[in-house]
Design a protein around this ligand. Structure first.
Ligand code: ATP
Ligand code: MG
Length: 293
């Protein structure tokens, strides 16, 4: 009897051993980094970053919004949060990215920006290297959305370099279009031979036709004069619920997930999900992009 019990135990030991052996190692999870940028300020980057993040969370993704606007960080204001630590402390190596990650009530996490700290206008090579390593430590997330400041500081280019997708935001205003074209031109020249998924969102439009006209114009000019392909991701209606939600310090996807702007955001995320993610080429390429410019 004892022998039998021992035999059984032995069998179980072998079984669990063999099960362990046949479990395949998981495929390494790939974090998609999406940088949101614009030429002109005030076109809706922060609103789009936060609300896209919520739309992604609603389809089951683990999402982090990073406020990389180092001049006028305001993701925290829109989320009504007071961060203790910010990206500044990460860049200064006083904190790790994981340490400053803040949970929100909306199913997304958040990395606060460093408002008004002009001395980190540009990262040194050492800080940049540290930043890449820190960014990689967030590899548990499915999506990282980086909200940048308007225009093309060296930092904004760094955040674009680190991304899988650079989403350019414009409005139909001629000044916003001109400035968006300007940033596209700089990206095209800075990352000449590199595979970057450039995408366009037209915000604050009155009609589908208006959005399409702006998108056609931009994609044609970029194709013709810069030989660069831009994918038109979609548009967002001008919607008073957006400004109302900003006043309430809550994302409009939360205050009214069925308003026109929310539905547009959902469409944009659907299109993002359908778009092919260009291989970022791992760290080697990221380093080349970040240091080879
Ligand atoms: N689709 C929209 N409909 C109505 N108002 C909008 C829309 N998108 C943005 N806005 C308005 O524009 C303002 C600026 O938006 P937001 O702060 O997101 O722009 P930004 O590009 O991040 O600005 P900055 O360049 O200063 O960081 C918002 O406070 C809101 O009132
Ligand atoms: Mg902003």
């Amino acid at each position: 009897m004892e022998d039998q019990a021992e035999e059984l135990r032995e069998l179980m030991r072998k079984k669990s051993f063999s099960t362990e052996r046949i479990v395949k190692p998981k495929e390494p999870k790939r974090t998609r980094i999406i940088t949101i940028t614009s030429g002109k300020g005030g076109v809706g980057k922060t609103n789009i970053s936060i609300n896209m993040a919520i739309a992604y969370a609603r389809i089951g993704k683990k999402v982090i919004v990073m406020d990389a606007d180092l001049g006028l960080a305001n993701v925290n204001i829109m989320l009504n949060l007071v961060p203790k630590w910010t990206l500044y402390h990460v860049m200064r190596k006083q904190k790790t990215m994981k340490e400053i990650l803040t949970e929100t009530d909306y199913g997304i996490s958040f990395v606060a920006g460093a408002s008004g700290i002009s001395q980190i206008a540009n990262m040194s090579d050492d800080e940049r290297q540290n930043f890449i390593a820190e960014l990689d430590s967030l590899n548990n997330a499915d999506i990282i959305i980086i909200d940048t400041s308007a225009g093309v500081s060296s930092n904004v280019l760094d955040f674009i370099a680190a991304a899988d997708d650079a989403v350019i935001i414009t409005t139909p205003e001629p000044t916003a279009i001109t400035d968006a074209y300007g940033i596209i031109k700089i990206i095209a020249t800075q990352f000449e031979d590199l595979n970057m998924g450039l995408k366009l969102v037209v915000n604050q439009v009155k009609s589908v036709a208006e959005a399409k006209m702006v998108a056609d114009r931009m994609t044609n000019i970029a194709g013709q004069f810069l030989n660069i392909k831009i994918e038109y991701l979609g548009f967002i209606y001008s919607d008073e619920r957006v400004s109302r939600a900003v006043l309430e310090q809550k994302p409009f996807m939360v205050t009214d997930h069925r308003c026109k702007a929310s539905i547009c955001i959902q469409h944009i995320v659907d299109r993002m999900e359908k778009a092919e993610v260009q291989p970022r080429g791992g760290f080697a390429l990221m380093f080349k992009r970040l240091f080879g410019r």
